[in-house]
Design a protein around this ligand. Structure first.
Ligand code: PLP
Length: 405
């Protein structure tokens, strides 16, 4: 994460990759320009030793390329594309893999922006959708898709796990089996996983059946609450499609954002390890607190359950996102949030500082109240993103805020 893909000799010996704040690149000769374009536009395959020539920063840029190369290592992917936001990554993938008449199946609950794009925008292109839920078996999911009468049009399955804000788990292998059940000789159903909550360090969906994995890199990958970005990874075949559409939508990450992420990657694992270590202590503290009626945390899933089996199969850590029900409804929840000193009252997650928010009136306010209740998003629920601060300081902060309630 510190040196891979960067050659100091190409940058005056600079130990760190400088920011290539440039829109375009000068060709040595017209022949070189011609040759670069042939590869970039797919007119000929890139040679074994040949690097993609630098042309124009919408197509490629050293900061973007080095970042993408480093990100492929975590997910064991062939290639990566970085975007100017998580939503840019998500919308580009959905636009590339769906066409008028197709059906997309996706997990509910999903991130609000994803849900909106699928439900409100894709129908304008003639793409229909169907949701499935974490308690459904493979047969039930298949039946739900068949019941739409458009099973033969299923083109894409989109899974977000663990689901926000209650850490509900979806089984990626189950989704893969469903994708296979609807794939035919001439039509493959692609499976895509939003790994923002647990990746790239704690989970690798590509190794257990996903064709594409994507991130809001705004969260753990960026990790300092100072940038908005996204990333998509997969094999050469799918990434060629994603990168080509990105070139024409023009929604790639800029050089400065890519440079910030290169800095972030150096501490990614250290940050995530520390955040998880802290989260386990915080979850145990909350779990015994008299003003807390329930804690939603992967590390507290009961052994022997189906959720536990999925947890062990998909993740190598319980992560650093915790939600809990405070006793006393919205009034108690707001009193608690307003009295936090170290935690910042803000949405987003995965950053070095702890963040706290109230899903029912903030991130999940757009969801139908009945569905919100089904998801356990009540007025009692508080979501915490655990940071890298000292665990004793974090628990001290929670303790003093509880005392005000
Ligand atoms: C934040 C988030 C997104 C959207 O990413 P942006 O970078 O805000 O565009 C998508 N999925 C999940 C799970 C997220 O948390």
């Amino acid at each position: 994460m510190m040196t891979y893909g960067y050659k100091p000799e190409l940058s005056e010996g600079a130990i760190k990759c400088p920011i290539f704040q440039t829109s375009t690149f000068v060709f040595k000769t017209a022949e070189e320009g011609k040759s670069f374009f042939e590869v970039a536009y797919g007119l000929r395959e890139r040679g074994q030793e040949e690097e993609l020539g630098l042309i124009y920063s919408r197509i490629n840029n050293p900061n973007m390329e080095i970042l993408e190369n480093r990100l492929t290592l975590w997910d064991k992917a062939d290639d990566c594309a970085v975007f100017e936001s998580g939503m840019a990554a998500i919308s580009t993938v959905l636009l590339e893999f769906l066409k008028p008449g197709d059906l997309v199946a996706y997990t509910s609950p999903s991130y609000g922006g994803t849900d909106h794009f699928i439900k409100q925008f894709l129908p304008k292109l003639g793409v229909e959708h169907v949701c499935f839920h974490p308690d459904q078996s493979r047969e039930e999911v298949i039946e739900t898709i068949r019941a739409t009468g458009k099973g033969d049009k299923l083109a894409f399955i989109y899974v977000e796990t663990p689901a926000n804000p209650t850490n509900t788990l979806f089984d990626i292998q189950l989704c893969k089996a469903v994708a296979d059940a609807f794939s035919t000789e001439d039509k493959k159903v692609y499976l895509c996983a939003d790994n923002t909550y647990m990746g790239p360090v704690w989970s690798s969906p590509l190794t257990i059946g996903a064709d594409l994995v994507l991130y809001s890199a705004t969260k753990y990958i960026g990790g300092h609450s100072d940038l908005i970005a996204g990333a998509v990874l997969g094999n050469f075949e799918v990434m060629k499609r994603v990168k080509t559409l990105r070139t024409f939508l023009g929604n790639m990450a800029g050089p400065h954002t890519a440079w910030l992420m290169l800095r972030s990657l150096e501490t990614l694992k250290i940050r995530m390890d520390r955040q998880c270590e802290n989260a386990q202590k915080v979850a145990n503290y909350l779990n015994t607190h008299e003003k807390v009626s329930k804690v939603y945390y992967l590390g507290l899933i009961e052994e022997g359950t189906n959720a536990y089996a999925i947890y062990k199969r998909q993740y190598n850590s319980p992560g650093a996102m915790i939600s809990f029900d405070i006793v006393g409804g919205e009034k108690a929840a707001f009193k608690f949030l307003n009295n936090l000193k170290l935690f910042k009252l803000a949405v987003s997650l995965g950053s070095t500082e702890g963040l706290a928010q109230h899903p029912a009136t903030m991130t999940h306010v757009g969801i139908d109240p009945e569905q919100r209740k089904q998801m356990n998003v009540t007025e009692n629920l508080i979501r915490l993103s655990i940071g890298v601060e000292d665990a004793d300081d974090i628990i001290w902060d929670l303790q003093q805020a509880f005392e005000k309630v």
